[in-house]
Write a protein that binds this ligand. Structure first.
Ligand SMILES: *Cc1c(COP(=O)(O)O)cnc(C)c1O
Length: 354
């Protein structure tokens, strides 16, 4: 399929790197492609970023049949632009599509479309340390129809947002709140899928945590409220003794690409790495014994997010001395060095764009 390109006649002013926040401004162009049962995925095009006109009865607005991805393009010192593990994001989007009854798309074509869009917008990729171009591929159900069934028509779009350094005030540990009143996902549900409703369902608990002075919610499993699953919308890791532990993928945990990268890097360092069920009681017992050294979240937006304080029921614990631990720091440095092209790409995670 040939991608039609229609350029904007009114380019926007680019922000300065120092003014960038997260996900608040968008570039001049977007990618769009449509699906219907007769033509399949068709009419791929890059055109000016603009509102999507759709009927109020569009199914996505009522039943939430929507999936998305989040990845980043980075500018290197030499001025080249590349993506970090984009094939994994595209594969995960297709896997989300299968689970949400959305028709699959050609992954090689989607990668090519993404690269063409970024090439057109290469001047929007910020240069300063810690900044990047956030990429948001999305698929939504567009049938104008009320009634619960899978839509027959869809829109696939990609938008781009230059984003600032996530840690504007430094790489500081966050406080997290363990909730027993809410669960993020359940066994047999769609917790492993990046689908819109999961995030709507997480808001109430997030607000509760914020009101109490905590940054993120630590989610327990939806069956026994006993095992740790994720933190906010990140995967979670613990350093207990000399072991790096993360909850094993169980269908209600999102299979994070940063999670996978952390596991691969730690294994390459010969760190003892374990994916298994880990209960909140085990975390607090390890803290009692003095073996709980570090806790951190992992995800594309923040890369590594160290945890300094955990509150569970009436118990509040400080992890280590409340500062960033050495494993969190070393992983953050290695991951960002790979992403910005400062470290040798031994795992072939970098996809050149420009
Ligand atoms: C996106 C996401 C993650 C992290 O995935 P990455 O691929 O590392 O960005 C973790 N948990 C949830 C719920 C997510 O939506």
């Amino acid at each position: 399929m040939q991608i039609d390109i229609k350029k904007t006649t009114s380019p926007k002013k680019h922000p300065e790197d120092k003014d960038l926040s997260f996900g608040a401004i968008f570039t001049d162009h977007m990618f769009n492609m449509d699906y219907n049962p007769n033509k399949g995925w068709h009419n791929p095009r890059i055109e000016p970023y603009s509102p999507i006109i759709m009927e109020p009865s569009s199914m996505v607005l009522h039943y939430g049949q929507a999936i998305f991805e989040g990845l980043k393009a980075y500018k290197t010192k030499e001025g080249k632009v590349h993506l970090f593990r984009p094939k994994d994001n595209i594969r995960r989007l297709n896997s989300s599509a299968r689970t949400m009854c959305i028709p699959e798309f050609d992954e090689a074509f989607a990668l090519d479309a993404l690269k063409q869009l970024i090439r057109l917008e290469k001047d929007w990729v910020p240069k300063s340390e810690g900044t990047s171009l956030y990429v948001r591929p999305t698929i939504i159900a567009t049938d104008p129809f009320l009634g619960v069934r899978a839509s027959n028509t869809y829109r696939f779009f990609i938008i781009l947002s230059p984003v600032g350094a996530y840690y504007a005030e430094g790489f500081n540990p966050v406080k997290i709140w363990v909730t027993k009143n809410h669960v993020r996902a359940v066994r047999g549900g769609v917790g492993h899928v990046k689908t819109a409703g999961n995030y709507a369902a997480s808001l109430y608990a997030g607000e509760e945590a914020h009101k109490n002075g905590y940054t993120q919610v630590l989610w327990l499993d939806g069956v026994e409220l006993k095992y740790v699953e994720e933190v906010g919308s990140m995967n979670i890791f613990f350093v207990i003794g000399d072991e790096l532990i993360t909850p094993m993928l169980n269908g209600s945990i999102l299979p994070g690409i940063t999670r996978d990268s952390v596991l691969a890097i730690a294994r390459s360092w010969n760190v003892k790495v374990t994916e298994r069920k880990i209960s909140i009681d085990e975390i607090f017992e390890a803290h009692e014994k003095g073996t709980l050294k570090e806790v951190f979240g992992s995800g594309t937006a923040a890369v590594i997010s160290p945890v300094g304080v955990i509150k569970y029921d009436e118990k509040i614990i400080t992890i280590g001395d409340g500062n960033v631990g050495p494993v969190s720091m070393k992983l953050y440095k290695e991951l960002t060095a790979l992403q910005y092209g400062h470290a040798e790409d031994k795992m072939s995670w970098i996809e050149p764009v420009v």
